[in-house]
Design a protein. Structure first.
Length: 245
């Protein structure tokens, strides 16, 4: 087995007001894994992503991340309304001071893989919620992330759009070969997307269960509606219920 890309070793996070968001968290994420993080509200899922991204530093234990090329998408697409789709996608490349030619090449690629090339001159108010999230994904892709953090990106979308975006992210994962950490409240979404599901409990936030997902790279309806899928979702649900009892 290769060295993990992300390691949380005995990590504790206590905020200045005394809130213990995480206690004794041990997680090792191998390159090429797609982890779904599931757990009740307030169990520290977003805090874990913030630690992995370097936005926060844990108050105890060790957090190690083997790359600085990190993509991060949030529930809100956070687009700049006055910029076109292309200019929004180019934002981080501009901040990184990439040359105009390199930026154009990366933006073209990112717009292509999220299927928005035809909309590059639109402004955010002309897009659906799902399209805005695709712009947000493309913007993160421009940095060619080796680690891609998703903080409940599709929670606000209708189920149909969400399922399509789940397939889009799976497609990106298979094509770009990043390592993914995907926070969600949805058990089916977690099972559909992930290679491994990590279940967290609250007060304090900690890992209470891990489930390897036995499905291969090709997912789709046949997997989503299979008895094995329902069985695994049920096991995870029992684990979560145990955490909330
Ligand atoms: N800056 C902060 N100061 C104090 N407490 C905080 C801070 N940020 C988060 N918390 C607390 O830490 C705990 C974990 O928060 P976090 O946002 O990581 O949970 P979560 O599992 O992502 O929740 P949700 O599913 O509702 O988004 C919560 O109790 C939250 O109130």
């Amino acid at each position: 087995m290769s060295a993990p890309l992300v390691t949380f070793d005995d990590v504790t996070m206590t905020f200045p007001d005394g809130t213990v968001a995480l206690a004794d968290v041990d997680i090792a994420i191998q390159p090429g894994e797609f982890i779904a993080l599931l757990g009740p509200s307030g169990c520290g899922k977003s805090t874990l992503l913030r630690l992995a991204s370097g936005l926060e530093t844990a108050t105890g234990g060790q957090t190690q991340v083997g790359t600085r090329q990190i993509g991060y998408v949030f529930q809100d697409a956070t687009l700049l309304p006055w910029r076109t789709v292309r200019k929004n996608v180019a934002l981080f490349a501009e901040l990184d001071d990439l040359s105009a030619g390199e930026t154009r090449e990366r933006v073209d690629h990112a717009l292509g893989v999220v299927g928005l090339t035809a909309f590059e001159d639109h402004r955010p108010h002309q897009l659906s919620g799902g399209m805005k999230m695709r712009v947000s994904l493309a913007r993160a892709l421009v940095n060619r992330p080796k680690l891609f953090l998703f903080d409940e990106p599709f929670g606000a979308l209708d189920e149909f759009t969400r399922e399509r975006l789940n397939d889009d992210v799976r497609g990106l994962f298979l094509r770009e070969r990043f390592t993914g950490v995907f926070v969600t409240h949805s058990i089916p979404e977690a099972v559909y997307m992930a290679t491994r599901v990590i279940v967290m409990g609250a007060r304090p936030g900690r890992v209470i269960g891990e489930f390897a997902v036995p499905f291969g790279e090709e997912r789709g309806e046949a997997v989503r509606y299979s008895p094995e899928f329902a069985e695994l979702a049920n096991e995870i649900s029992q684990c979560l219920k145990g955490a909330m009892a």
